[in-house]
Design a protein around this ligand. Structure first.
Ligand SMILES: [Ca+2]
Length: 472
């Protein structure tokens, strides 16, 4: 078609020799095995070269079966304007009238280009300090987040007002090129093993309940913060004296994400089983996989992880300090007041505390006093001495040696020995305890050296893949 004397390209032949284009096109087609897209690219290259020389070729796309599908509110034009109308007229090059036309998608009358799409002229935003703002979009006009400006879609002008600056727990800074109020730190709460909890303020306690409990939630103290809840559901495994986390439920932005132990690699989003990664609520809630964990992350800075087995963490920005409740505590920096009852006041023990945060009742669920391990102190001492099993955690020459300065291993050793004491002869509690400390170390930024081996906690996990199972 490129060289046909009566074809759509003939008008350009005298100015631009089509034969090199023909050879290149045939060569490309040969390389890709005759794929049509390559043919269309080859023909388009000659058409565009002619356009740049001021020659508009005939409509070659229909006969070559190379339709160009255009996005909404736009249509295909063989010779469209080089500088189409856009919301941001100031950004157009100065010599538009002197430029040759281009082939492509052109916005329909009444629409203009904005960020790769064609939008009604009336929905154009504002140009402010060189930025293109959408109608209603807000930005900070100063470096200290004191002056807030809003784009008025009707007038295409911004209006600014003075503010109090960033709320408590947040600082004004530039992140990814966007100036705004960002939390100055995060708090992490963890539940692991059978389960041992560490609150945002660092309080350790054991609570053996098999119902559903509020791990952490916004409790209405600050109405300006998006509301959320993180629930944990526990179960007995092997022993009636201990319980493990079997499911984690995150409710945020009107979406419910449930991560269940029986669906490794998948999550339930509003009760529908989904593969990862998955986005909900227009991307405000993201669910993806990181290593062994399912990660649920919201746009307001909440991150919840669960390893489909026994380990859950919740991370919140400091803007939620003192605005939280649940097993993870109130995040006010003081571990002493972390056994707060739902109705107010401090609980006498972890059992009363945990029970007060029960959310739902399944038949037969309940909580018990933690199992008794009378020789705990001497067992801990013996393991620390031997540097074996749980003692590996605190071995100054062991695989976790670089963690010790960032995360004191004594609490982890005690939890590990305790779980082994209650579930004697099982390897699961030891491996879970080592994996929990390894994950906490990595979260704290420390290097963990390889600790799994043929004889210790060898990888053995089952992943459901469709109808079949994979063991790794
Ligand atoms: Ca506290």
């Amino acid at each position: 078609m490129l060289t046909q004397l009566d074809g759509p390209f003939a008008v350009c032949h005298d100015t631009l020799d089509p034969r090199p284009f023909l050879e290149q096109c045939v060569y490309d087609l040969c390389v890709v095995g005759g794929e049509r897209l390559s043919l269309c690219r080859g023909l388009s290259a000659y058409a565009q070269a002619c356009l740049e020389l001021g020659i508009s070729v005939g409509n070659w796309r229909p006969p070559a079966n190379c339709p160009l599908s255009c996005p909404a509110n736009s249509s295909y034009e063989l010779c469209g304007p080089a500088c189409p109308a856009s919301c941001n007229e100031a950004a157009a090059p100065s010599n538009c009238s002197g430029r040759p036309c281009v082939e492509g998608c052109v916005c329909l009358p009444g629409f203009v280009a904005s960020g790769g799409a064609c939008v009604p002229t009336s929905s154009c935003g504002c140009t402010f300090q060189g930025l293109q703002l959408a109608p209603g979009q807000e930005v900070w006009a100063d470096e200290s987040c004191q002056r807030r400006c809003t784009c008025n879609g009707a007038t295409h002008q911004v209006t600014c007002r003075d503010t109090q600056g960033c709320p408590a727990g947040e600082i004004c800074s530039d992140q990814n090129g966007l100036l705004g109020c960002y939390p100055n730190r995060f708090g992490t709460c963890q539940g692991s093993g059978d389960p041992h909890y560490v609150s945002f303020d660092g309080r350790r306690f054991d609570f053996m309940g098999t119902c559903t409990y509020l791990l952490v939630g916004s409790c209405g103290q600050n109405a300006a913060l998006p509301a959320f809840r993180v629930l944990v559901q526990n179960e007995h495994r092997g022993s009636q004296t201990v319980s493990y986390t079997r499911a984690v439920l995150v409710e945020a932005r009107g979406v419910k994400v449930a991560v269940h132990r029986e669906y490794p690699g998948q999550v339930l989003v509003d009760d529908v089983l989904q593969y990862l990664p998955f986005q909900a609520a227009d991307g405000q809630v993201q669910v993806f996989r990181q290593g062994r964990d399912a990660v649920v992350r919201t746009d307001f800075g909440l991150t919840v992880t669960y390893n489909w087995d026994a380990q859950v963490t919740a991370k919140v920005p400091s803007s939620y300090a003192e605005a939280l409740c649940g097993l993870c505590g109130n995040f006010n920096g003081d571990p002493a007041d972390d056994l707060a009852l739902r109705g107010g006041g401090q609980a006498a023990d972890a059992l009363a505390f945990g029970n007060s945060w029960q959310e739902e009742t399944r038949s037969g669920c309940g909580a018990t006093e933690p199992g008794d391990c009378p020789k705990l102190d001497s067992l801990v001492a013996q393991q620390l001495q031997s540097k074996n099993e749980c003692g590996i955690l605190a071995d100054p020459n062991g695989p976790f040696r670089e963690c010790h300065s960032k995360l004191d291993p004594q609490g982890a050793v005690r939890d590990c020995v305790y779980d082994r004491c209650l579930l004697p002869g099982q390897s699961g509690p030891l491996c879970d305890a080592l994996a929990t400390y390894a994950a906490a170390c990595q979260a704290a930024g420390a290097t963990v050296h390889p600790w799994r081996s043929e004889n210790l906690c060898r990888e053995y996990r089952k992943w459901q893949l469709g109808d079949s199972a994979l063991y790794i």
